[in-house]
Design a protein around this ligand. Structure first.
Ligand SMILES: [Zn+2]
Length: 261
């Protein structure tokens, strides 16, 4: 039993699957993936995401605005809290900081990040944090805004052990995507090896970042299995052991009944 702790079901090209979203979920189940968290990236597409996933109790949702989504409506604490009260919303995000393309929007990104942390604290729900080339500011804002009170996950982790350690101290979980399977990902693989089992998650971030052996293709939740197999091998564990731990972690972090302890 595996969980895809971070995917974007509303960004998938459903025409590739026989039966639309049901086909995506069938393929996932065929690989042992029984639960998914579909993560929001803006407010405009949230109602459609909520609607398309409504029939499927195995899909949990988050609400938030990705730091790079500057074309749409800016988030407010009030709106995030209002949407976040939906019982299917288990987290706030994805939020965070991405300076990969430069720091021009750094102040705007930091404002939005603080707004998400405030909303998460008000709701008592964890954060889904995206961070790229912004280690110091990400950690500083999480500390300044009291994010340790609610915790969360650093998703699609691409940083070093020092950053992982600081995040663990703040009570955060760390999630690995298909990037960990790439040949040049030695540093990330080292972090996955050292991670305490109780804070480890796996994800696809689909439709992006397909893992080896599907690198470059449109990704989908079934392929979290390749990420899990790879991380299990790195850690000298069986797939079953890693699946049980990451599923239990998912349940604990997001308050979802998963039947594994
Ligand atoms: Zn994402």
């Amino acid at each position: 039993m595996l969980v895809d702790s971070h995917c974007h079901l509303d960004r998938l090209d459903l025409s590739r699957f026989g039966n639309g979203l049901a086909g995506v979920l069938d393929a996932a189940l065929g690989n042992g993936v029984t639960r998914l968290l579909s993560v929001a990236t803006d407010l405009e597409s949230w109602p459609a995401l909520a609607r398309m996933t409504e029939p499927y109790p195995q899909i949990a949702l988050s609400v938030g605005v990705h730091p790079s989504e500057d074309g749409g409506r800016a988030p407010t604490v009030k709106e995030l809290v209002a949407l976040g009260r939906d019982r299917r919303v288990v987290a706030i995000g994805e939020t965070g900081l991405d300076y990969y393309y430069g720091c021009d929007s750094a102040i705007r990104q930091q404002d939005w990040f603080r707004i998400h942390v405030a909303a998460a604290r008000e709701l008592g729900k964890p954060l889904i944090v995206h961070t790229r080339d912004a280690r110091a500011d990400t950690l500083r804002i999480l500390e300044e805004e009291g994010a340790a009170e609610i915790g969360g996950v650093l998703h699609c982790f691409t940083e070093d052990w020092a950053m992982a350690e600081r995040a663990l101290e703040l009570g955060f979980y760390i999630s690995f995507s298909g990037i960990v399977t790439f040949k040049n990902a030695g540093q990330i693989q080292g972090v996955a090896q050292r991670m305490p089992a109780a804070r480890l998650l796996v994800e696809t971030d689909s439709p992006y970042l397909a893992p080896t052996p599907h690198r470059g293709k449109p990704n989908h939740p079934a392929w979290v299995r390749h990420v899990a197999e790879f991380v299990a091998r790195l850690r000298g564990e069986s797939l079953e052991q890693l699946a049980a731990k990451t599923t239990a972690n998912y349940g604990r972090l997001f308050g979802i009944e998963v039947g594994v302890t």
